[in-house]
Ligand binder design. Sequence first.
Ligand code: SAM
Length: 260
Amino acid sequence: MTRRLLLVGIGSGDPDQLTVEAVRALNEVDVFLVADKEAGAGRTGTGDLVALREEICRRHITGDGYRIIAVPDPPRDRAPMADGAYGGEVRDWHAARARAYARVLARETGPDETVGLLVWGDPGLYDSTIRVVERVRASGEVDLEYRVVPGISSVQVLAARHRLVLNRIGSPITVTTGRRLAADVASGADNLVVMLDGGLACADLPGDDWDVWWGANLGTGGEELVSGRLSEALEPIRAARARAREARGWVMDTYLLRRR
Ligand SMILES: C[S@@+](CC[C@H](N)C(=O)[O-])C[C@H]1O[C@@H](n2cnc3c(N)ncnc32)[C@H](O)[C@@H]1O
C-alpha cells in the first residue's frame, strides 16, 4: 500500500502565519515526523524551534488524534569549505537524512496512515525536504506519494515588515546565499535577497553605494529590523543580531541589498 505524505509549509516563526490550506492539511495528518536536531547535531536553540512546531499543532489541529515521532538528524559538518566540497557534503547529508526517514516510515508508521512533515517557511525555498523525500522514494524502501503545501517564507515576511516591493519596476531580483553573495555582485546583480548568511557577508562588499533592509527572527517575539545605507547599518545590524540570539538562543536573518 502507498503511504501518503504531506509536506506543509508552516511559515517562518509566527504560528499564525499558516495558510488555510496548510491548516486543513495539518488536520489530515495521523503522524508527524520531526527532525530532532539537538539529538543528532548538538546545536543550540533548536529546542525553541521544536516548541514552535508543537505550538502550531496545538493551535491549529482540532483534537489530539495525532502522534509525533522525533527522527534524530544526522550530524553535519558545518566547517567552512570550498563550493565543490560543500555541495558533496550537503548531498551526503541528504542521503543520511533520507535513510533515517525511510527507516522510521517503514518501522513506525502504518501504510494507511497520513504522515506530515512541517517545513520551515516555504518548502520551495532553500529547504531540502523535497529532495530528501525524492531520495526516500528512489530508495524503494517505502512506497510513498506526497503533496507540497506552500508556506509563507521569511522573504515574504521581510518584505511585509519593511513595506517593500522586492523588485524594481520590471527588473529582476537575485535570491542568493551569504556564501554566493560576492560572486553574484561581481557578475552584476544589484538587487539581491540574501539568506543563509551567518557571517554578514555584505560587510565585505566593495563600495559605499548599497542600501539594506534586514530582519532577524521574523515573526517571533524577538523579531529585529534594521534598514538604511549599508555602511551605516552594519553596526546596528550586528547589535540587533546579538540581541536576537540573546532573546531566543538562535538567530536567522534575511536581507534585501540594493545598489543605489
Ligand atoms: C534553510 S533556509 C530556510 C528558508 C525557508 N524555507 C523560507 O522559506 O524562509 C534558512 C534561512 O532562511 C532565512 N530565515 C528563515 N526563517 C527566518 C526568520 N524567522 N527570520 C529571518 N530569516 C529567516 C534565513 O536566511 C535562514 O538562514
